[in-house]
Design a protein around this ligand. Structure first.
Ligand code: AMP
Ligand code: MG
Length: 489
């Protein structure tokens, strides 16, 4: 039985200054926790074979296939606003690239593969908790319809690593349409390496934005296109109540996928400036600040591309500023359209947009559960009797009543069956609620993966009613609420 990954490693063909070659550490006793069969299929891989002893040895990096070329990618980044000229893959290795059945090229990356030239003080390893957390969250995001890196497999390594105490070592096999980050551009810009920057931009265009290859200025096109993808991505995050938690420039993908699930979280009760991350003491990456931060990060990208944007400094600056100025509109359009879709309203009508925003203000005041309010409104749209249940989600139910009258009236005017159906497609019943994720990880630490598996299953169909899993849709009780999340290091 042989495994054929059919790697085609375009990044490893770039000059050596882009990465450092590194063999993964040999896990003493690797064991598979989860394997994503549909994703394996999409990659043209045989899930049965991947789950075999040979497959596990390949997945954990112990016995890589001959066409794998493990490399640690070089990158820099602004961390909480401070520039660090060299970060790089300190605990992850890009193993190779696979062209999937859909024709899309994807990276296979091992996260937790051991020390690299970029590890600094770190051990290059990943702990079980953060690995399972990223598996759950990234797969949930994919099912929710958000561009994201994916999880192909999670494994335990069979040894212990040290965090606050001893914890199980683990590995995540991650799939992404690119692992190039804004920080990758910053790495070369900080060194004044214009040839490398041009090569990197050409690589990204060829791989992720091929339609730009024939544009008048592909580099300007690239800046515009990345701004668009990021603006639309962050709108999707907000619409689902997602807080990334560490939007450093090294955690922002050039391909516009959600990447690096650290102390991320989904809102339970709504508040526009909610922060979960234990290390985000200033609230830089609060829920409602994410669009602003994305724009700031994109300005850092623009700086690295300036010299490619026009014949002289004046044109370059004007083009960069023009592109960056488009972010606000792209985000606002995507967000308002999405918010109105969640309520069956018309984003072209100013009064409808205000009505939607009024609900958010009332939810903040009434500490209402973000996901549950919107999903319950799908029921109320069909049957106003259900208002009785929605209003209980607000600390002061009257906050809902007045708004509901306006909304019903407005909704009735445009009521159609497809509109009702599209409401349910815009408002998930199931999200990876923080207390459920924590409970699943806690049980996994003790060797019980059943909660992890159950949660993973529920999250495959977040928009469907799954009465057998009803308990996963409910907000945490006061003593279950998770208010703080920790980075995956
Ligand atoms: P992150 O917080 O995951 O975005 O990582 C920020 C930087 O720290 C990246 O350069 C990572 O490769 C590095 N890093 C995180 N955890 C470890 C670790 N356990 N060992 C070595 N490097 C790490
Ligand atoms: Mg990172």
């Amino acid at each position: 039985m042989t495994l054929n990954f059919r790697f085609d490693n375009s990044y490893a063909r770039l000059p050596e200054q882009f990465y450092v070659r590194q063999t993964p550490f040999a896990a003493p006793a690797p064991s598979l926790i989860a394997l994503n069969h549909p994703l394996a299929g999409l990659l043209g891989l045989d899930g049965e074979k991947l789950a075999s002893e040979e497959g596990i040895a390949a997945l954990c990096g112990k016995a890589l296939p001959p066409d794998a070329e493990p490399i640690a990618m070089a990158y820099a980044g602004h961390q909480f606003g401070h520039f660090v000229p060299q970060l790089g893959d300190g605990r992850a290795l890009l193993i190779g690239e696979i062209i999937g059945r859909d024709g899309i090229r994807r990276d296979l990356q091992l996260k937790g593969a051991g020390r690299t030239a970029f590890s600094r003080q770190g051990d290059g390893r990943a702990a079980l908790g953060p690995v399972l957390r990223e598996y759950l969250l990234s797969e949930a995001m994919a099912a929710l319809g958000v561009p994201t890196t994916r999880a192909l497999a999670a494994l335990t390594t069979g040894d212990e690593i040290w965090r606050d105490g001893p914890v199980k070592g683990a590995l995540l096999v991650r799939v992404a349409q690119s692992h190039v980050r804004i920080g990758t551009f910053q790495y070369f810009a900080a060194r004044g390496e214009q040839t490398a920057l041009t090569l990197l931009a050409d690589h990204v265009i060829a791989r992720n934005y091929p339609e730009l290859a024939t544009a008048e200025n592909p580099y300007l096109g690239l800046l515009h296109a990345v701004i668009r993808r990021q603006g639309e991505l962050v709108a999707k995050w907000l619409l689902l109540g997602f807080v990334h938690g560490v939007m450093n420039t090294d955690n922002m993908s050039i391909a516009g996928e959600t990447i690096d699930y650290g102390p991320c979280a989904f809102l339970d009760s709504y508040h526009p400036f909610k922060v979960f991350s234990s290390i985000d003491s200033q609230g830089r990456y609060a829920y409602g600040r994410q669009p602003q931060i994305a724009a700031w990060n994109l300005a850092r990208l623009a700086e690295t591309l300036l010299f490619l944007l026009g014949p002289n400094e004046e044109v370059q600056t004007a083009e960069a500023n023009g592109a960056l100025a488009s972010f606000a509109g792209i985000f606002a359009t995507a967000y308002q359209r999405g918010l109105c879709a969640k309520l069956g309203l018309d984003p072209e009508e100013e009064a409808d947009v205000s009505l939607a925003q009024d609900l958010l203000a009332r939810m903040a005041e009434g500490k209402a559960d973000y996901t549950l309010v919107f999903r319950s409104l799908c029921d109320a749209a069909e049957d106003p009797d259900c208002d009785r249940q929605v209003r209980t989600l607000f600390a002061e139910p009257e906050l809902y009543d007045e708004w509901a009258r306006n909304w019903h009236e407005r909704f009735e005017r445009g009521r159609t069956a497809t509109r009702l159906a599209s409401l349910r497609a815009a408002n998930p019943r199931y999200i990876p609620r923080n207390h459920r994720v924590e409970a699943a990880l806690k049980a996994a630490q003790k060797g019980d993966f059943s909660e992890f598996q159950r949660l993973l299953q529920v999250l495959q169909a977040p928009y469907a009613e799954q009465p057998e899993f009803a308990e996963f849709a409910t907000p945490p009780l006061a003593d279950e609420e998770v208010c703080q999340t920790f980075c995956g290091t």
